[in-house]
Ligand binder design. Structure first.
Ligand code: NAD
Length: 296
């Protein structure tokens, strides 16, 4: 059941002309694509050499796959790409009504990006963060508009995954929360509101489950294949926990567990020593070619 959207929230969403996304990596390019597929003009901003070309290539490939599967026509795919501009400087966000930061999970970096984005987004506009785990209330303080700052936690891969966790910071206004839920629906997503506590809902529950699977492997409870198959066949998960940890990145899993442990102060979140050892060895999962499985 979705509750009716207030007029103020509808007006805010209707007023969005252009969306500015900062950070053209895994998440940023997926977010840009889903906005452009829903007919929004998008500017994607990344100052790092090669990032914009890679983002364009990833979006082109993703749209190409959709054309092959006959989910889009070639003309539609071209129109989607035509709605996205690729820029290096933050000034390209000037006057946009909705900004989204999708830079790496580093609070100091997010501080500098959010304060510069705040200078560009129009008055009355909203800034959203795609952070996986940093407090929305803390990030909101890096802007001058904490009531118009919200968490918009898309899942990877963004064009495929329906969920958006909409995170209400301590000062986020009701109108902005409702507008974010409504905007997510207009993107074809299924948003759910959550409060600003460490790990929100998705990572609060997922990270300890992955950690427990790694403990089970370390303690010799079962082989990696057995652990993954038990969870797939028994729980209906599409991917086993060890394969999923490899997909997410073992360094990312470790960061989330460390954050849950330090912010909630409960030893039940302690990262498994095997996870720490693999990260120290550089076996980070798919992205490094090796994790619990070999991808070379
Ligand atoms: P990524 O490393 O793939 O991409 C980050 C991009 O930000 C890079 O292209 C980098 O060049 C760019 N960048 C760095 N500094 C910048 C700056 N000052 N200005 C503009 N761009 C800058 O990271 P990602 O996986 O896309 O993650 C981005 C955010 O999304 C993080 O907060 C992460 O926790 C969150 N997130 C990630 C996932 C995931 O599965 N990857 C899922 C949900 C949320």
């Amino acid at each position: 059941m979705t509750s009716p959207v207030s007029e103020a929230a509808q007006n805010l969403v209707n007023s969005i002309d252009r969306v500015a996304i900062v950070g053209a990596g895994t998440m940023g390019n997926g977010i840009a694509q889903v906005f452009a597929q829903s007919a929004y003009d998008v500017v994607i901003i990344d100052p790092f050499e090669g990032a914009l070309e890679r983002a364009r290539g990833t979006i082109e490939n993703s749209l190409g796959r959709m054309v092959k599967k006959e989910k889009l026509t070639t003309d539609d795919a071209e129109a989607v790409l035509g709605r996205i501009t690729f820029e290096a400087g933050i000034e390209a966000a000037s006057g946009a009504r909705w900004g989204i930061e999708a830079v790496p999970e580093d609070e100091a970096l997010k501080e500098s990006v959010i304060s510069s984005l705040d200078e560009q987004i129009s008055e009355g506009g909203v800034i959203a963060s795609n952070t996986s785990s940093i407090s929305i209330t803390r990030l909101a303080n890096f802007s001058d508009r904490p009531e118009s700052f919200v968490g918009m936690h898309f899942m990877n891969p963004v064009p495929m995954m329906k969920l958006v966790e909409v995170i209400r910071g301590h000062k986020t206004s009701d109108t902005v929360v409702e507008a974010t839920l409504e905007l997510s629906r207009r993107l074809g997503k299924e948003p759910w509101e959550v409060q600003d506590y460490p790990g929100f809902v998705a990572n609060r529950i997922l990270a300890p489950m992955l950690n427990e699977a790694i403990y089970a492997l370390m303690e010799g409870v079962a082989t990696r294949e057995s652990i993954d198959e038990v969870m797939k066949l028994g729980m209906g998960h599409p991917m086993g926990p060890l394969a999923l940890a490899d997909f997410i990145g073992l360094d990312v899993c470790l960061n989330i567990l460390e954050l849950l442990q330090s912010e909630l102060g409960d030893p039940k979140y302690r990262p498994c020593p095997l996870l720490r050892r693999m990260v120290a060895a550089g076996d980070l999962g798919r992205k490094s070619g090796r994790g619990f499985y070999d991808y070379s």
